[in-house]
Design a protein around this ligand. Structure first.
Ligand code: ADP
Length: 252
């Protein structure tokens, strides 16, 4: 902070200082508001799995010793919800860190190789047909490899969760940008929801997202990471037909 001698300032200068002070206060209150919303959304979302765990634990206490079917169902539900809470708290941490603008650790790496590895591991783990379309020439990029991997994991994880059909990844480059698209056939996303799916905790079908272990945080993390890289992520989906996510980012 700098000490300012107001007596030496002209009326215009003092007026300008007042204006910039007001803008600073506005920005600060907006940030406080955003933080309050973040905390309140997060605690609201964590309450759901917590109350499910709570009610199953009570059921277990009352009937667990006498009814083996209650024992089994309760343990299964408690494990599922604990897993969801673990995933959600990790994702919340990632979001908080990238909101604080934790630096991207950029380095040059082969995007083609990275996509080949991800496609290989996803195809094996989920037994799904995932096809990579890429030109013969390897594409290199200067970016944070772990963060970019995370974005692709989120998109592929969704493609696997929300469709039973084939999944296609395409890689393209221009002089200064690369573009990755992840496409899957299937239910698609209703037009009215498409503008909101990058908002945190937004789920088109809450019940379906819960069944598949979703938290509603994946796409908002992906979008934050892309912003940090000076890139963007968009969606185009035809309901009942297909969904295409497109990532564009600078090569350097
Ligand atoms: P979630 O943890 O619920 O998957 P996301 O932020 O990753 O959260 O996605 C938000 C919502 O967008 C999902 O709940 C789902 O309704 C929709 N969605 C995302 N990807 C797809 C996809 N490939 N096909 C259909 N719907 C999708």
């Amino acid at each position: 902070w700098q000490k300012i001698d107001l007596q030496r300032k002209s009326k215009d200068e003092i007026y300008e200082m007042g204006q910039s002070f007001n803008q600073m206060i506005d920005r600060l209150s907006l940030n406080f508001q955003k933080q309050r919303d973040f905390v309140s959304d997060a605690s609201h979302e964590l309450r759901t799995p917590l109350s499910i765990i709570d009610s199953y634990a009570r059921l277990l206490k009352r009937w667990g010793a006498k009814k083996p079917e209650v024992l089994e169902e309760s343990i299964e539900a408690i494990l599922t919800e604990t897993e969801r809470m673990k995933k959600m708290s990790n994702q919340l941490l990632t979001m908080a860190q990238s909101e604080e603008n934790v630096k991207c650790i950029k380095k040059f790496f082969s995007l083609t190789k990275m996509c080949e590895q991800i496609v290989h591991s996803f195809s094996l783990s989920f037994e799904r047909e995932i096809t990579l379309h890429s030109a013969d020439k390897e594409i290199w990029i200067n970016a944070d490899e772990d963060q970019l991997k995370q974005v692709l994991y989120i998109l592929l994880d969704n493609a696997v969760k929300y469709s039973e059909k084939e999944i296609h990844i395409s890689l393209e480059e221009t002089d200064d940008h690369v573009q990755i698209t992840v496409r899957n056939d299937g239910e698609g996303i209703p037009y009215e929801d498409q503008a909101h799916i990058f908002d945190r905790f937004y789920r088109v079908d809450k019940a379906r997202s819960r069944r598949t272990g979703g938290t509603g945080l994946g796409l908002s993390i992906a979008s934050q990471i892309m912003k940090q890289h000076g890139g963007n992520i968009t969606v185009e989906s035809k309901p009942k037909e297909e969904t295409v996510f497109t990532i564009q980012l600078p090569k350097k």
